[in-house]
Write a protein that binds this ligand. Structure first.
Ligand SMILES: NC(=O)c1ccc[n+]([C@@H]2O[C@H](COP(=O)([O-])OP(=O)(O)OC[C@H]3O[C@@H](n4cnc5c(N)ncnc54)[C@H](OP(=O)(O)O)[C@@H]3O)[C@@H](O)[C@H]2O)c1
Length: 237
């Protein structure tokens, strides 16, 4: 089963990341819905579980997520997308970008008003015309079009999951995670969740600024410190 290979790879990356993550007592940590329990969802969601967040992972086949949640322990659950969106006060979207239009149509009412961390990247090979749309309109505007009403923050899209797994809670200055969004309060929630996962958030700007770290841009694919990332993105605050 394809899922077994993916689970094994993910378990390897996760054990690396989780070994470095400090165990934190659970004190009213935000419950999180992770939509997509693959490479990026499994990695970042796993780091949140380790930080004490209750996390429900969802996909079209939640039964395939059983090995992942069993590895992560009692704070991790698997469910349908509907169950996860009802469970989470914050949401990480970690599905192939081609699923966005349908996701927005089917679950729009549940996503409305939710803080949504959007990790998706659009590639031509996998996502077809959506990649061209994201390139011309900007990935932030494209996500906002397909997920209307969600309080979107672009986050965790700008590096390979292995880079996140290797650098979470690293010693020395933390790895920067560029984030962008139009909703200040949502940016605050996202910043806390980025820190809880073991990184330092760098707010690059509003949703439109997500262009500067979308796939194929110079801001993509780094494990820089926050100081270096602020300089590279021209962030002065
Ligand atoms: N891989 C990376 O290093 C990385 C880094 C940053 C950002 N990203 C972005 O993150 C997203 C996910 O990438 P990934 O590599 O983690 O993919 P992946 O390993 O293939 O995992 C995708 C997950 O999404 C689920 N899924 C797919 N379609 C769905 C739908 N319509 N509704 C609900 N769940 C669905 C899949 O399960 P089912 O098929 O069983 O539903 C699976 O759990 C992509 O947009 C990618 O560009 C990836």
């Amino acid at each position: 089963m394809a899922c077994d290979r993916r689970t094994l790879l993910l378990a390897g990356a996760l054990s690396w990341a989780l070994a470095a993550a400090p165990t934190v007592a659970q004190d009213a940590k935000t419950p999180i819905a992770v939509i997509g329990g693959g490479n990026i969802g499994g990695t970042i969601g796993g780091l949140w579980v380790k930080a004490g967040h209750p996390v429900m992972f969802a996909s079209r086949h939640p039964e395939d997520l059983k090995p992942l949640v069993e590895t992560l322990g009692p704070l991790a659950k698997a469910g349908t997308v509907e169950q996860a969106l009802a469970f989470g006060d914050a949401v990480l979207i970690a599905v192939p970008y081609r699923a966005y239009p349908e996701l927005g149509k089917t679950y729009g009412s549940l996503l409305k008003g939710k803080v949504v961390l959007d990790a998706g990247n659009a590639t031509k090979a996998r996502d077809g015309d959506l990649a061209a749309e994201a390139e011309s309109a900007g990935i932030g505007a494209t996500s906002a079009k397909y997920l209307p009403g969600a309080r979107l923050v672009r986050a965790f899209n700008a590096a390979n999951y292995k880079l996140f797994a290797q650098n979470a809670h690293r010693s020395g200055p933390a790895m920067a995670v560029p984030i962008a969004g139009d909703d200040k309060q949502a940016l605050g929630v996202a910043s806390t969740l980025v820190r809880d996962a073991g990184f330092e958030p760098v707010v690059v700007g509003g949703l439109d600024a997500a262009r500067t770290f979308q796939m194929g841009s110079p801001g993509f694919g780094h494990d820089a410190t926050a100081q270096d990332a602020r300089k590279a993105f021209g962030v002065t605050e």
